[in-house]
Write a protein that binds this ligand. Structure first.
Ligand SMILES: [Zn+2]
Length: 205
């Protein structure tokens, strides 16, 4: 048995918001995005310091290894300050790519690689496969993109959403039948908007 019974561990960042977890490896992408501080409860941004980023990384990799059914999860090198900054910029890119808006103002500068990623393509008796590739944490970023790409093909990526609130970007997985949820938490973020809509409807009657 691995130490800590990883299978039963929760995703460390998403758990802070008590949110519905995306299935399988997509939970890793969701957890990475939820390292942000959202607007209402406002726990710290887990990538804000090297020590908190490393603490998150240790937990998330352990969890990834325990649920991984693609054979992609692996232990990664200890984070450097350069890695941490690259992850912050990548997180903004991913918000942009998935939800059409950045989380924070993207800072470009030293430490930022270009925005291209090279997966590895293999052909064998198992078929044609795309796998993540790259050194260090670039491997992690490529894995997240491939997981998103796979989710896109399977049609489940559109259920992963960033809260509609202007001050909150918490990322939740929408399990409603018609994929219509817009708030990460109706009480925290939806309530004010819902009350306003109700008043507008009442006034119109
Ligand atoms: Zn929210």
């Amino acid at each position: 048995m691995p130490q800590g019974s990883g299978r039963y561990m929760a995703w460390p960042a998403t758990t802070r918001y008590g949110l519905s977890v995306a299935p399988g490896n997509l939970g890793l992408v969701q957890d990475f995005l939820n390292t942000i501080t959202e607007g209402t409860v406002a726990p710290p941004d887990l990538l804000a310091t090297l020590s908190s980023a490393q603490e998150w990384a240790d937990k998330v990799i352990e969890q990834w290894i325990s649920i991984d059914d693609l054979g992609w999860a692996k232990t990664l090198p200890r984070l450097t300050e350069r890695d941490r900054k690259a992850l912050l910029a990548f997180r903004d890119d991913l918000f942009e790519g998935l939800f059409g808006h950045s989380h924070s103002e993207t800072v470009s500068g030293p430490g930022r690689d270009n925005h291209t990623y090279r997966p590895l393509m293999t052909v064998s008796a198992k078929g044609i496969e795309l796998r993540p590739d790259g050194e260090g944490w670039k491997y992690f970023e490529t894995a997240l993109l491939l997981i998103c790409h796979q989710g896109q093909l399977e049609g489940i990526l559109r259920r992963m959403k960033s809260c509609k609130s202007e001050t909150c970007d918490a990322v939740f997985f929408d399990r409603s039948n018609n994929n219509s949820a817009v708030w990460h938490d109706v009480k925290l973020c939806g309530n004010r908007a819902n009350v306003r809509a109700f008043r507008e409807r009442s006034a119109a009657n």
